[in-house]
Unconditional design. Structure first.
Length: 184
């Protein structure tokens, strides 16, 4: 397990608003899906909340996938900070490969056995593992927070599973526990 260098900063990870794929609990989603009306409202309310709380991060980053991008764009408009928004490919959701937009029926008993056996190294066909996702998210943190002396607070708009992967890597928590965490 790697250890982060000593440096004080705050990163606020923000999950994108609701999407049409999120509404369908029986679908894997890491494609470029749009926000629902509720997702747009969540982004607007988040930006208005941050504005009322005088939340002014030094830098703001987002996954370039449309759901995170739109959430970030709407929120930063309400925060009066749209010029700070930057995009980084390392913040995308775990890549599901051939299972993108596939039914959760693909997770058969045999697949569950392999997932259990391989743990964070298991990947969908043509996709990436949780370890791969954690590694790229962790590299983003290192590059963003430790290479810049003056950065104190960073806002990051990303995706629920990718955030869980990063938390598991940084905190070293048993994956069985971290997957139970709800990132709403």
């Amino acid at each position: 397990m790697s250890v982060l260098p000593t440096r004080f900063f705050t990163i606020d990870f923000i999950r994108h608003g609701q999407t049409f794929v999120n509404q369908e609990a029986n679908t894997f989603g890491n494609d470029d899906t749009m926000l629902t009306a509720l997702g747009h409202e969540q982004a607007r309310m988040l930006g208005a909340f941050f504005n009322r709380k005088n939340y002014w991060p030094d830098e703001i980053y987002s996954s370039p996938l449309v759901r995170a991008k739109l959430t970030a764009q709407v929120a930063t408009q309400y925060m009066n900070q749209p010029e700070k928004l930057q995009f980084d490919d390392r913040l995308v959701e775990i890549k599901r490969g051939e299972w993108t937009n596939g039914s959760k029926n693909l997770v058969t008993g045999q697949v569950l056995k392999r997932m259990s056996w391989e743990g964070m190294d298991w990947a969908t066909p043509g996709g990436e593992s949780s370890h791969d996702t954690a590694k790229r998210m962790y590299q983003f943190v290192l590059d963003t927070c430790f290479e810049k002396e003056r950065v104190r607070r960073i806002a990051v708009f990303s995706h629920g599973f990718a955030i869980k992967c990063l938390l598991q890597r940084i905190l070293g928590i048993n994956p069985d526990i971290i997957w139970r965490v709800d990132i709403g």
